[in-house]
Every structure is written in C-alpha cells, then in structure tokens.
Write a protein that binds this ligand. Structure first.
Ligand SMILES: [Zn+2]
Length: 284
C-alpha cells in the first residue's frame, strides 16, 4: 500500500486527509512554526499544510496531492462528523496491547474498532458523542496508558504512510469501521488528570453537575444504609446525562452496577435500583 492507496482508502471511508512529511524527502516537508526542516528529528509526521483548513475528501484532489509526490497521509481528526454528529477520537497506543492493558486496569475489556498499526503500536479510531468536547488530554488514563489520545483539534498519520524506521502504517481490517467509544474510556478522559482526594459526601448532599465520573464517585462514597438511595439518585442523573450526551444507556448502567457491587450491593439489588431509576420520570 502506497500513501496514495492509503489516502484513497481513507477518503472513500469518509476520512479527510492532507499531505504530511515523508521520510524519503531530503528535508522535512513540515511547515510548523519554530520548526527547521533541515534539522527536523521527527521525520514523516509533520503536516505540509495548515491541516485544520487544508484537508480534503475529494478523490481527484487526493490523486493530485499524493499521485506523483512523496508525501505521507495525515488524517484531520476534526474534519469529519460521525453518525449522529459525533466526533472522531484516535487512541494512540505506543506499544501493542497498551489500550487493552489500560482497559483492564479500569476493570473493562478493550472495545475493538477500526485499527491502524504504527511503528510502535496502533491507532484505534472511535466515535465520541458530539456534545463532548474532548481534547488531547489523557485524564484518568495518565500513568495507566502507554500512549496518547487525539481529539478533533489534532491529526494522526494514516495508513499507507511510511515511518522514519521504514515501518508502514497499515489498516488491520479494512471492513471494520470506527465504533462508539466505550463509556469507561469517555469517563476516564473527562476525569481531571490529578483529582483531589474525593471529599466524603455529607449526609443527603449531592455532587454538583452531572458528569458520569462524579456520579460514580458519589455512588462509591455511599455508606451502608444510604447505598440504594444514592445509587437511585445518581442513576437518574446519569441516564439524563447519557441521553443528553448520546451515550449508550447500557454502558452507563454497566458502570453504575460495577460501582454498586463495589460498595457491597448485590448485582440483583443494584440491577433493580438502576432499572427503577432508568424507568423513572426524572431520568427521561
Ligand atoms: Zn519536521
């Protein structure tokens, strides 16, 4: 697969592309500020154009850009909307299995999605709800994940490109499109990187705002005697939040059930409370 092949595959699958430096060029083709093309030490990765504006979904343009010139393929992450107006998020594992291990550290299984292998690991492409503003911050993944995430203001090097080591970027399964990012991952990315120690919630108090991470923390801080009440309240808010953020309600229910069983409620009891909350008017 050449960069042209990769770029054509990308635009045919709805991803906007732009030219990036190719390690075969004598000097870096990158245009970054404060960047000297002659002494660049991170070859094959730098955008040759202002990619947030200069990207394309047009096949003729792709032929002109990649057909007879040595260029790697950049993917402009923020240039396309997914199903239901969602944004693209790319999880960049710096070694094979890094995101699988991070998922395990949070008590979840990795959710398989569109994957591109890189020189060191792989890129996993996910859709995130359009209402979420995710940046490049790792949030709670910091220290638990060997890699990075790239949100709508970023880019990644795409399939068909060549790494400075000579390794090709390759699509693992050309039939696998991006899937919605799992709730645990969205929650982790929205959690501040270095959270203050959780404040014990006072009797009858409730967390401000409605983010899932705060609601889960609220459930986890419950004492015996208040667990079901707090779970019910948090579940109502969480389902409201999920509806607004177009998150999968089942994933939210899973996260709530997980928290509830960790504070000692039985699975059946947790299930009953969560289902009641889901069916209540306040959750609609
Ligand atoms: Zn460069």
């Amino acid at each position: 697969m050449t960069p042209l092949d990769g770029a054509l595959w990308l635009v045919r699958h709805g991803f906007a592309v732009f030219p990036a430096d190719h390690p075969g060029l004598e000097r870096c083709g990158g245009i970054g500020k404060g960047h000297d093309p002659a002494t660049c030490t991170d070859r094959g990765k730098h955008p040759c154009v202002p990619f947030t504006r200069a990207h394309t979904l047009d096949e003729d343009q792709v032929h002109r850009t990649f057909g007879d010139r040595l260029r790697n393929v950049g993917v402009a992450i923020g240039a396309v909307d997914g199903p239901d107006g969602g944004h693209l998020l790319v999880v960049d594992s710096d070694r094979p299995g890094a995101i699988e291990d991070a998922a395990g550290a949070f008590g979840y299984r990795h959710t398989p999605t569109m994957r591109v292998t890189t020189a060191k690991g792989h890129h996993d492409y996910y859709w995130t709800p359009g209402s979420l503003q995710l940046g490049n911050s790792l949030g709670a993944l910091r220290g638990k994940f060997d890699g990075d995430v790239r949100g709508p203001r970023g880019y990644v090097i795409g399939p068909g490109s060549v790494h400075a080591t000579g390794v090709l970027y390759e699509v693992v399964d050309a039939e696998q499109p991006p899937v919605p990012a799992p709730a645990w991952l969205l929650t982790a990315l929205q959690t501040p990187a270095a959270p203050a120690a959780p404040r014990p919630a006072a009797e009858g108090s409730a967390p401000r705002g409605g983010s899932l991470a705060r609601l889960i923390a609220f459930v986890l801080a419950s004492r015996v005697g208040e667990r079901n009440g707090r779970l019910y309240w948090a579940a109502q808010k969480a389902f409201q939040h999920a509806r607004a953020a177009q998150m999968d309600a089942r994933a939210v229910a899973d996260a709530l059930r997980d928290a509830a069983t960790r504070i000692g409620l039985s699975t059946a009891e947790a299930e009953h409370t969560i289902t009641s909350a889901y069916n209540s008017r306040n959750a609609q």
